[in-house]
Each structure stands twice: as C-alpha cells, then as structure tokens.
Design a protein around this ligand. Structure first.
Ligand SMILES: NC(=O)c1ccc[n+]([C@@H]2O[C@H](COP(=O)([O-])OP(=O)(O)OC[C@H]3O[C@@H](n4cnc5c(N)ncnc54)[C@H](OP(=O)(O)O)[C@@H]3O)[C@@H](O)[C@H]2O)c1
Length: 190
C-alpha cells in the first residue's frame, strides 16, 4: 500500500463530533491525550501529518495552529486561504493534489503517519478510498448535542488490538470513554 490513511476522531455517544464549528464537548484531558497520540512517531526525525477540511481549520483558535504541532494539510475548493505565517501548513484543492504531495519522494522522507482529521466529508472519502488503512475512534460515553457527526464506518472493517491504546473503559474529565481501533479488511496483499 503506497499510502495509508488513518482516520482519527473523538465522538460522543450519539456520534457527535462538532457543534457551531467547534467540538461539542469541553474535555481537555481527553483532547490532549488525542493530540499526543497523533503526534507520536517512531522515527524522531519525522513528524506525523493530519489532513482536515477548511471549516475545521477555520474553527481552530490562533494558538492551536498548526493543529497538534504536526504537519497540517487543509483541503478547500477556495483560493482565499493564506497559511504562509504558519510553519508546516499546506493548502490543497483536491485529494489528487494531496496524494501527489504525499508520494513526492523528498516530502515522503519527512512524515510518518497520515491522519485524516475530519470533518465528515473527509472521513467518508478516506474510508472508501483505496488508501484506507485504519479508523481510530475515541468514543465518549455521554450524549452531547451536536450538528456534525462521524459517518457510519464502512462494513469492511474489523476491530483490532493496537498496543498503543489504553485497554477498556477510561475515565477522564468526568466522563467514561473508550479508544477503539478498526482496520480495513480489504487491504491489498503485498
Ligand atoms: N471531534 C472530532 O474528532 C472532529 C474532527 C474534525 C472536525 N470536527 C468538527 O467538525 C466540524 C467541521 O466539520 P465540517 O463538515 O463543517 O467541515 P470540514 O470537513 O472541516 O470542512 C469542509 C470543507 O472542506 C473542504 N473540502 C472538503 N472536501 C473537499 C474536496 N474534496 N475538495 C476541496 N475541498 C474540500 C470544503 O471547503 P470549501 O468550502 O472552502 O471549499 C468544505 O466546505 C467542526 O465542528 C469541527 O470542530 C470534529
């Protein structure tokens, strides 16, 4: 597999991921856990990379950009997004442009994991793509009113054990949550 897309999401029990272009919940410890998890690399000379939609980027506060301190790819159809003041942030206008950058031999040396950071359109696209590898779902066991939701996972996934994840139900920020990892069962045989 040339490229491996890994979805990452933090959802509520009702699969809510957003409200008014922000997160629907205030869960600082869990969010920080997610950020650290996404930034982890085996090769300390490389960074991980996260692809997300324009709205998610626009919803970040100034001090949160670049998101998670990793390489950020922002997808937009518009030409008005200036990210020149931020290190490690790139703007793309199509998945083709993104993939061309991801397979560029020089750029490939700089990153390790490709995270798909949402929102829903990107999650939908990524899990139906030939590059879909895994979905990492941090599920908070509480209902939060939301206007944006994580889409249904495709059928061709199986739950896997990833030793980096905490096992079973966790308790932080006053709520129970669980970290699930799912893997594409149609991975190409190498
Ligand atoms: N809990 C979580 O894990 C999580 C993760 C991510 C986001 N969120 C939340 O989700 C909400 C944002 O989601 P959203 O659905 O509104 O927006 P989004 O996915 O962040 O952005 C959607 C925009 O991305 C661009 N885009 C998407 N696909 C494209 C394509 N193929 N080519 C070109 N541009 C493309 C378009 O931008 P243009 O309109 O500029 O063309 C589109 O309007 C926020 O509330 C955010 O906090 C939560």
């Amino acid at each position: 597999m040339v490229l491996q897309y890994n979805l990452i999401t933090l959802t509520s029990e009702n699969m809510g991921i957003g409200k008014d272009n922000q997160l629907p919940f205030d869960l600082p410890t869990i969010v920080e856990y997610c950020e650290k998890f996404c930034a982890q690399t085996e090769d300390k000379n490389k960074k991980n990379l996260m692809i997300f939609g324009r709205n998610t980027w626009d919803g970040l506060k100034e001090n949160e950009k670049p998101c998670f301190g990793i390489i950020n790819f922002v997808l937009t159809s518009r030409d008005d997004l200036d990210v020149s003041k931020y290190p490690d942030v790139y703007v793309f206008h199509s998945w083709k442009e993104i993939n061309d950058k991801l397979i560029d031999p020089e750029f490939k040396k700089t990153y390790e994991t490709i995270w798909i950071g949402g929102g829903p359109e990107l999650y939908e696209y990524a899990q139906k793509s030939e590059h879909f590898f895994r979905a990492y779902v941090m599920k908070v066991k509480k209902f939060y009113e939301s206007d944006t939701f994580f889409p249904k996972l495709v059928d061709n996934v199986k739950r896997i054990d990833d030793e980096r994840l905490p096992k079973g139900i966790q308790f932080d920020d006053g709520v129970e949550w669980e970290f699930e990892a799912w893997e594409n069962t149609n991975l190409p045989k190498n």
